[in-house]
Ligand binder design. Structure first.
Ligand SMILES: Cc1ncc(COP(=O)(O)O)c(C=O)c1O
Length: 375
């Protein structure tokens, strides 16, 4: 008996293992290969000698929760109560899982927009809900007509991801307005807004659900320190939700995590006092531009990249292989590991598009591009 009969090992583990076996440059899994900010490591080293090694309060360190409410206020002009509307989680993944487990019941339908991050669907299934997977349009932006048509009385939640992994697209203000309209027309609907790449956008600024008060009473936002501070291995993030939903989320959180690792919380509380998150977009924009420039003579067709640290590309003019086979041969024969987009789609729909992660140092990006330009 399996509760998740159709779920195997995630593609990220599969590709990273293949990359290391064949000594390929790993542009597959989304993690930075450069050092963390030296200010962050200095704070971490100081904290080691402080009294921060025992359980933190269940919802998070009060200092960290206060810093988070300040950050959200500064960034989005939304005032949140740190003790009732915020929760520190063991990464965005746990925040998503815990939210879904707390709020979704048997018979509830949950809309997921494909290509979708791989933890959404299993969480819905484990909660007893029914995932309704709808494709984004061909430019990886929401197909609102399709979404509106899919909403029924059984639809309890819509999960959105903006900026979007794997495509790197960012929603427009029109998208946000339509989302607001749909939320107001469907009072039974909750919104789980995965914004883990919120600080990584380029020409177009990120529009957060935090900025749309009409949705606040039914919206849960998900953020990740892993993405924002290049510390994916620390597995720490946070949620915001209105108090009545947060109470339910905390009931689950206290029994699947209780409280998140104390030294990371203490370190981040102090780091948030000094760091400026607004420089992150520029930092990654330079990497995106370098990678795109160095790929300009390749046979890959690079698709628009407005945010995240992912560049998607079509390989239609290079090969007719399935994207999984293409990525496998790219790793083994050409020494660059990437991610096939079909694994993010229901029924593995293959669009002949792959994803490169450009959260890498310059040398790695240039070496990878050199190899890719020869194909
Ligand atoms: C869209 C999206 N959501 C959630 C996560 C999970 O974030 P965390 O590592 O903080 O659990 C990721 C990580 O790649 C992601 O891309």
């Amino acid at each position: 008996m399996s509760k998740l009969p159709n779920i195997g090992t995630t593609i990220f583990s599969v590709m990273s293992k293949l990359a290391s076996k064949h000594k390929a440059i790993n542009l597959s899994q989304g993690f930075p290969n450069f050092p963390i900010d030296s200010q962050l490591s200095e704070i971490l080293m100081t904290k080691v000698n402080e009294n921060v090694h025992q359980y933190m309060p269940m919802p998070g360190s009060p200092e960290l929760l206060t810093q988070l409410s300040t950050l959200i206020e500064k960034q989005y002009k939304r005032t949140l109560n740190p003790s009732t509307e915020l929760l520190v989680t063991a990464g965005a993944t746990q925040g998503i899982f815990t939210t879904i487990l707390a709020l979704i019941e048997k018979g509830d339908e949950v809309i997921i927009l494909d290509p979708s991050y791989d933890c959404y669907e299993p969480s819905v299934i484990l909660a007893g809900g029914t995932p309704i997977r709808l494709p984004l349009d061909e430019t990886f932006l929401p197909d609102w007509e399709r979404i509106e048509n899919a909403i029924s009385n059984d639809t309890r939640m819509i999960i959105t991801n903006n900026p979007h992994n794997p495509s790197g697209r960012v929603w427009s203000s029109n998208d946000m307005v339509v989302l607001e309209k749909i939320m107001s027309e469907n009072p039974q609907l909750l919104l789980l807004s995965d914004e883990v790449y919120e600080f990584i956008t380029f020409e177009q600024k990120h529009l957060s659900v935090h900025q749309y008060p009409s949705m606040h009473d039914r919206c849960i936002t998900v953020s990740s320190f892993g993405k924002t501070f290049h510390i994916t291995g620390w597995k720490i993030g946070y949620l915001s939700a209105p108090e009545k939903l947060m109470q339910e989320i905390k009931k689950v959180h206290q029994f699947n995590v209780f409280s998140v690792n104390s030294i990371a919380q203490a370190t981040l509380a102090s780091y948030l006092e000094v760091v400026d998150v607004s420089s992150l977009g520029k930092f990654y924009q330079k990497k995106r531009d370098l990678f795109r420039e160095s790929m300009s003579s390749s046979n890959f067709k690079l698709l628009p990249c407005d945010g995240t640290y992912f560049q998607s590309a079509s390989y239609k003019s290079i090969s007719s292989k399935s994207d999984v086979d293409f990525c496998t041969s790219l790793t083994i024969d050409h020494g660059v590991a990437t991610i096939p987009i079909s694994v993010f789609n229901q029924d593995a729909r293959d669009q002949k598009i792959i994803r490169f992660c450009f959260a890498k140092d310059e040398t790695t990006l240039l070496k990878a591009a050199e190899k890719l330009c020869k194909i």
